[in-house]
Design a binder for this molecule. Structure first.
Ligand code: DC
Length: 211
């Protein structure tokens, strides 16, 4: 079973994807980490060679050696958003994601273009969303618990600016697939959101209409 999870930054898609993978005993790939790793590796590269170096980095990335602690930072997210606009970077990262999705037994992937580009024939697609204010509050609390005091207002500004950059990515396909199930987590805590996602998957696999 292939499960494609898409949605904007801090919507809860990563936690839901991880929870679904555990629940259904499937391997999980957070595809944002690939873009973050490419972004991090070109953080000090001058503007003139930024694009070329990002392409080289994307072609030589080793997905088995990603460090989620380093890659989770807001600065890295901004770099990831930049490199994600380069078509050759997306192309270089595509084969790994497609192979991961199509491995025997299935997989769970989360990102921005999983249900539309990477795995358009996934058995289950979920588009996870929440209002920008909710996402900013959640992410500010999460960062504070890790010792980074960014504050709600600044986080909201960052979330809105990243939404804008992602939405207008000329190289992306960041829309909800026609056959995706919409899961709005604005009013749900993470346990309730995961339960709702499990119901969606079970219904989809049973061939019933979704939520
Ligand atoms: O989900 P995230 O915050 O880790 O993603 C980081 C950036 O990578 C985000 O700005 C958009 C980009 N991204 C993408 O373009 N395609 C994906 N499948 C996943 C992430």
């Amino acid at each position: 079973m292939r499960i494609a999870i898409d949605g904007p930054a801090a919507s809860g898609k990563g936690t839901i994807a991880k929870g679904l993978a555990e629940h259904f005993h499937l391997p999980h790939l957070d595809t944002g980490m690939l873009y973050r790793a490419v972004g991090l590796s070109v953080r000090d590269v001058p503007e003139l060679s930024f694009e070329d170096e990002a392409i080289v980095a994307a072609r030589s990335i080793d997905p088995s050696r990603l460090d989620p602690d380093k890659l989770g930072q807001a600065r890295v997210a901004r770099l990831a958003s930049r490199v994600a606009r380069i078509p050759k970077v997306r192309e270089a990262l595509r084969a790994y994601q497609v192979d991961f999705a199509n491995q025997p037994g299935g997989a769970v992937l989360d990102g921005r273009d999983i249900g539309t580009v990477i795995c358009p024939d996934a058995e289950v697609k979920i588009f996870v969303t929440a209002g920008a204010e909710t996402r900013a509050r959640r992410r500010a609390e999460q960062m504070a618990s890790q010792g980074y005091d960014i504050g709600y207002e600044e986080m909201l500004r960052q979330i809105e600016s990243r939404d804008e950059a992602d939405r207008n990515n000329p190289a992306g396909a960041f829309y909800m697939a026609d056959d995706a199930h919409l899961l709005d987590t604005s009013q749900l805590d993470i346990e309730a959101a995961l339960r709702a996602a499990i119901v969606i998957v079970n219904q989809a696999m049973a061939g019933q209409p979704g939520s």
